[in-house]
Design a binder for this molecule. Structure first.
Ligand code: APR
Length: 235
């Protein structure tokens, strides 16, 4: 049976594809107020501002390409049973070829009705793929309500967290790439790994995770993945 690698990624894995991270210098949360564009209160205050913000992100995604780190993560599937859990709303893991990707914070290319079944049931039945297109105030879902980004805003529950916990519990190896581990519940996921599960962390900056199981690979995602693959090969 193939060993199971669970990969938890954050904005840093897409940085070398040209996407600004959130909390680094020059990051998105320096340019925008997170409470305006990515919170549920912000949505009810000014839907146009929020829709425009995500229209821009979608347009930017259209021109972005997966980088060598996304490709290396997809390549792990040749020898391992791989699940990717990502906090990213981009689709670069899928475009690199990863076949099982769980999005914790939603997906840029999807929208859903503001008043729909998702918030109560987490059923994706009403979720619509808009690709890289724009969504505006007045664009309605088939149920007649305003379309909103299929994004987990600050202040909302994270419906996929239980699935993510189940995956991490089963991991033989946990790999964490490019996340500052500051946003819960995603930041606490590694604690669900079994006591014998080695944890590798790839990030150019020190990440606040003190755990005896951790091997730090202090580098950018593309170089860090090369080092990780060498370590796997020499095991
Ligand atoms: N390669 C790998 N890691 C990198 C690179 C790179 N080239 N460049 C930066 N990083 C690292 C940073 O050092 C930092 O630790 O990526 C991490 C990015 O952290 P954040 O900007 O906080 O992003 P993330 O952890 O994904 O944020 C979590 O917060 O705002 C929300 O919903 C948003 O999903 C996001 C969540």
């Amino acid at each position: 049976m193939k060993k199971k690698i669970v990969v938890l990624t954050g904005a840093g894995v897409s940085a070398e594809s040209g996407f600004a991270t959130f909390r680094d210098t020059g990051g998105l949360w320096e340019q925008y107020d997170v409470n305006d564009v990515a919170s549920i209160e912000g949505w009810y205050r000014n839907r146009k501002l929020v829709l425009d913000f995500y229209n821009q992100r979608r347009a930017q995604l259209k021109d972005a390409q997966p980088n060598a780190a996304h490709l290396a993560i997809a390549g792990l599937e040749k020898e391992y049973d791989v699940d990717v859990i990502t906090q990213n709303v981009d689709n670069l893991h899928e475009r690199a070829g990863s076949t099982r990707v769980l999005h914790l914070h939603g997906e840029l290319s999807k929208v859903r009705p503001e008043n729909g079944i998702y918030d109560r049931t987490a059923s994706e039945a009403e979720v619509i793929d808009v690709g890289y297109g724009e969504v505006h105030v007045g664009d309605l879902a088939p149920n007649g309500s305003q379309l909103r980004p299929h994004i987990v805003f600050f202040g909302e529950a994270v419906p996929n967290i239980e699935k993510a916990i189940n995956l991490v519990e089963k991991a033989d190896i946990l790999l964490i790439v490019g996340t500052s581990l500051q946003v819960y519940p995603a930041a606490g996921l590694y604690r669900y790994a079994s006591i014998n599960t080695p944890i590798y962390v790839i990030d150019p900056k020190p990440v606040p995770i003190s755990d005896g199981r951790v091997t730090m690979i202090q580098d950018v995602a593309t170089k860090g993945m090369e080092k990780f693959l060498e370590m796997l090969a020499n095991k």
